[in-house]
Design a protein around this ligand. Structure first.
Ligand SMILES: Cc1cc2nc3c(=O)[nH]c(=O)nc-3n(C[C@H](O)[C@H](O)[C@H](O)COP(=O)(O)O)c2cc1C
Length: 387
């Protein structure tokens, strides 16, 4: 078996084993993909301060996210259709996260349902909510998340309308897959994926089918999905959802200091500085560049998390040292999942953990919670002088 030493190793295997339309669905940003690219390349602009002659024994990456213990402050981000990247993908990823001691976030648009993931895991996971026009569906989803024992609600705010990803249109992406001569040809070389898919019954959107009136099959679901995200979602409705849920609330998709202040005002427990991995507003700032202004605005009043562009433990360290208290990986765990199922997600977490731990040591730190700006060299013009 190939030796996995970095996240890119998993990505290469993932690409070989997964149908092109699902690989493309994951590995793309909206329009020109500028924000998608800069999410990662902006991490490279920040340098680490090497320190020496510091006792490095007894290191710890353990921390807390929204008051919950984590083996390292790296959660699995909500990723729609994960169950199409690998059969039973959400359950496998949740199991890997549970084993590693980090949070797993289940997307509204998952293949395995809330109930299914709860039945197949033993620790509470987080549920990510997309607000739908059908407010009864939203209410029921919140109740189902409570019944499934979810320990946080992650409300995504940056996808009321879909950013265009050219490849999905060109590939004719559907869940489940629709067979055309082109997809048949592609599938012929992805036999492992196909065999595993044939052995599972989970092949459509498990949180939606059967939970919304008039949607019992995929043809009506595709019509529903295209029109279903609620463009009227505003801060009043966010407040309503917070009250309805009544538990820890994380607001995801904050990229602007003014929005961070609004999130604070509605009483969220944490925010995720995120541009949806560059899949929504192309031309928006990378998350790591947006972080300093958000830290200045609310950093001492609310927990600030970050995602988008993280591909290594060094990236995690940079985000934490810039002030975030938690991070999420999206694509980095999907690469692992598509490459090797649950084991691949565990490998992705192992790689990131090792990089974080060793890098922390080489920066002269023993505890992840002590990381700070003193560990970094940040260009004076990093944030930029914007009019
Ligand atoms: C294939 C894919 C599907 C995604 N689906 C969702 C989703 O259903 N809900 C959500 O809030 N975010 C979704 N996201 C965004 C992720 O939660 C996260 O913000 C993003 O992946 C972080 O960037 P990274 O992939 O560079 O780590 C998705 C991202 C990807 C790559």
């Amino acid at each position: 078996m190939a030796k996995i030493t970095e996240i890119d190793d998993l990505k290469r295997i993932y690409k070989r084993r997964t149908p092109k339309m699902f690989y493309d669905y994951c590995e793309s940003g909206s329009w020109t993909e500028q924000t998608f690219r800069e999410n990662s390349s902006d991490f490279d602009l920040i340098k680490l301060r090497q320190r020496v002659a510091v006792d490095m024994t007894g290191r710890s990456t353990a921390s807390k996210m929204i008051g919950q213990d984590v083996a390292m402050p790296v959660a699995l981000a909500p990723v729609g259709s994960t169950g199409m990247q690998h059969a039973d993908g959400e359950i496998l990823a949740a199991k890997a996260a549970e084993k590693f001691g980090v949070p797993f976030t289940l997307s509204t648009m998952s293949v395995c349902s809330l109930e299914d993931v709860a039945e197949n895991t033993s620790k509470p996971f987080w549920f990510q909510l997309y607000v739908m026009r059908d407010r009864e569906f939203t209410k029921r989803a919140i109740q189902r998340a409570k019944d499934a024992g979810c320990s946080a609600l992650v409300l995504t705010l940056d996808l009321q309308i879909l950013g265009q990803r050219h490849k999905d249109i060109k590939n004719g992406l559907t869940v489940p897959i629709k067979l055309s001569p082109y997809t048949l040809l592609d599938l012929a070389t992805k036999w492992r994926w196909g065999m595993q898919m044939m052995q599972t019954k989970r092949r459509s959107f498990g949180n939606i089918i059967g939970h919304i009136d008039g949607v019992s099959d995929m043809s009506s679901l595709s019509v529903w999905a295209a029109e279903s995200f609620d463009p009227q979602l505003d801060w009043d409705y966010v407040k309503e959802i917070k009250d309805l849920w009544g538990g820890p609330l994380i607001l995801k998709g904050i990229l602007d200091a003014d929005d961070a202040k609004m999130a604070l005002n509605v009483g969220a427990d944490a925010i995720v500085v995120s541009n949806h991995g560059g899949r929504q507003l192309d031309g928006a700032m990378s998350s790591i560049k947006a972080l300093p202004s958000i830290m200045d605005a609310v950093g001492d009043k609310i927990e600030v998390h970050l995602d988008s562009g993280i591909r290594s433990g060094q990236d995690v360290l940079k985000a934490l040292a810039m002030g975030a208290t938690g991070t999420y990986i999206g694509r980095a765990f999907v690469y692992g999942l598509g490459a090797m199922g649950q084991h691949g997600v565990e490998e992705a977490l192992r790689v990131i953990h090792k990089e974080l731990d060793v890098t922390m040591a080489l920066c002269g730190e023993k505890n992840v919670q002590d990381l700070g700006k003193h560990n970094l060299l940040v260009p004076r013009d990093f944030y930029g002088d914007w009019a």
